[in-house]
Design a protein around this ligand. Structure first.
Ligand SMILES: Cc1ncc(COP(=O)(O)O)c(C=O)c1O
Length: 417
């Protein structure tokens, strides 16, 4: 095996490469154990996993840049878009590579729409809890970002939005739910404020999009968040989160087709012929499209409902484990299966140290400034008791004087040489 960090001068046999990777992977996060959160959505369904492996291999090399060359992919993509338009009552839908790209496309559409109204310096209004992808999109697309403080419940404060909205506002943003606290913003109020100002309203349902319809069907109360709310003009919803497909698929949905046209890029001013594209990518890997189609087709409504029920069971179990410990408190009143927990008001507790102690027990809780973060998948319903026991043992260690290292404090990362 090459031991230089320069470009490999010679080849390495496939067997050697696989041996290396297999041994190295033993140190990677083991999401199948049910002890990982947020990075992988563990469906705990061997049939679905086998199907996904098979279909990913079948479409590993196919390119959906020109879908008309791969009729199977074309059909699959068209069917996914029809499935999701039906699920959300959307007028138009497009696939993208992930939540960030869907958010970029929503911001681009809003910027173009604002420019068509003569707005020279478009502005986006969002709560401080909105995902960093909005800041990133504004940065790339030259849109002014205005972040507004949330209320004591962690939800967007409509009064702040009503005060801040102006004729420069291109987009009003709310989340369903937001990542940090798992609460759904008051979308009805935000959308009304946007509509009254003659502008657009985007709901970031990257996290909740493919869970909320089934949560509601299970009989849980769900605050209005989708196209049933007047004034909501676009929604981002990730198939690679609670849609349970593998990485590389999200959807961007519009109330009407005309709005989606602002996202379309058409170009023929070069010698290569007409180039048309609905998203940022040029070459589009076939694997994620095939995977999303196979996943939705395999699960169907009944499958998603069954998995939502498992997520609900896991949520009740984890919440009960945390609520039974006086030192701890869940932040606010989360609407779904995503939440933060930290020190109870009177307690002094180094939650970072609790996270470290849990890490040593094989868990991988995300850290954020207010405490530890949990995002529950269907497979977490199998580990409720171990979580409760390990959490209690970790707290004992911290009460015994253990201090946190700050090692887990990042949500994203950059790879450099
Ligand atoms: C609420 C929300 N929006 C957007 C995103 C971005 O999605 P992605 O990481 O797929 O780009 C995330 C990711 O966790 C999220 O939680």
């Amino acid at each position: 095996m090459n031991d230089t960090r320069g470009f490999p001068p010679g080849g390495t046999p496939a067997g050697e490469i696989l041996d290396l990777v297999r041994s190295e992977r033993s140190g990677d996060l083991d999401w199948r154990s049910g002890r990982a959160f947020s990075l992988v959505y563990n469906v705990d369904d061997p049939d679905l996993e086998a199907l996904q492996h098979e279909i990913a291999g079948m479409f590993l090399h196919e390119n959906a840049l020109n879908p008309f060359r791969y009729i199977t992919l074309l059909r699959m993509e068209a069917e996914i878009l029809a499935f999701v338009r039906d699920l959300f009552g959307a007028g138009a839908a497009a696939l993208s590579s992930g939540g960030t790209e869907s958010i970029f496309l929503a911001v681009l559409t809003a910027r173009e729409d604002a420019r068509s109204r003569g707005v020279a310096q478009p502005q986006l209004l969002c709560p401080t809890t909105a995902h960093p992808a909005f800041a990133k999109a504004c940065h790339y697309l030259d849109v002014e970002l205005t972040k507004l403080p949330v209320g004591p419940d962690g939800r967007a404060d409509p009064e702040r939005f009503a005060d801040a909205v102006s004729d420069r506002t291109a987009l009003v943003v709310g989340s369903a739910p937001c990542y940090p606290y798992g609460v759904i913003d008051p979308i009805t109020d935000l959308a009304a404020i946007a509509a009254a100002a003659g502008t657009l309203c985007h709901v970031d349902a990257c996290l909740g999009g493919y869970l909320l319809p089934f949560w509601e069907e299970l009989g849980e109360s769900v605050a209005p968040w989708d196209f049933r709310v007047e004034g909501v003009t676009s929604i981002s919803a990730d198939l690679h989160k609670y849609g349970y497909s593998y990485k590389g698929t999200s959807t961007i949905l519009y109330r009407d087709r005309d709005l989606q046209q602002r996202q379309l890029f058409m170009y023929d001013d070069w010698p290569g012929g007409l180039y048309a594209s609905m998203s940022a990518a040029g070459t589009r890997p076939g694997g994620p499209i095939a995977g999303a189609w196979a996943t939705i087709t395999h699960l169907g409504r009944t499958g998603y409902l069954r998995l939502a029920d498992r997520v609900r069971t896991a949520t009740h179990g984890f919440r009960e484990a945390i609520d039974s410990i006086d030192l701890l408190q869940v932040t606010g009143d989360p609407d779904l299966s995503i939440f933060e927990f930290g020190a109870a008001p009177e307690a002094t507790l180094d939650t970072d140290a609790v996270g470290d102690a849990m890490d040593e027990r094989g868990w991988n809780l995300d850290r954020q400034p207010g405490g530890l973060h949990v995002m529950l998948s269907p497979g977490h319903d199998r580990v409720v008791d171990t979580f409760a026991a390990d959490l209690r043992a970790s707290l004992e260690e911290v009460r015994g004087g253990r201090v946190g290292t700050g090692a887990g404090l990042a949500y994203g990362g950059v790879v450099e040489e």
